[in-house]
Design a protein around this ligand. Sequence first.
Ligand code: THU
Length: 128
Amino acid sequence: MTYEELMDKAIEVSKYSYSPYSKFAVGACLETEDGSIYTGCNFENSSYGLSICAERNAIGSAIAEGKRKIKAIAIYSPNQDNCAPCGACRQVLHEFCEEDSKLDVILKNKNELKIYTLAQLLPESFSL
Ligand code: THU
């Protein structure tokens, strides 16, 4: 899939966000090394700390189908240009990326896509 297509799917799934508390919707769409596509949106809870980010929702769907190598992820929020993954999601992405944090993170502002590698967003990353 092209990065534009990944972003289109992230935009689409952001519409299903359940975010009545923050009113901040997020959608994510990722591609694994075999070309499979998984989407996720954030969903919140009245016990705020139980809220799940869009990225980890999509990652969970990939893991549940046995896909553990993520090549790229597009992230979109209608509430913020270039909505970037939180620190927790960066670390979880790192667990399931290819060598050397070679995973593209695709963000969007009004006019263009912005591409970062996970290595740029999570330098000196931790792993066991
Ligand atoms: N959120 C995400 O879904 N992904 C991020 O990377 C940043 C934050 C969600 C969590 C919460 O539901 C809302 O955005 C506001 O923090």
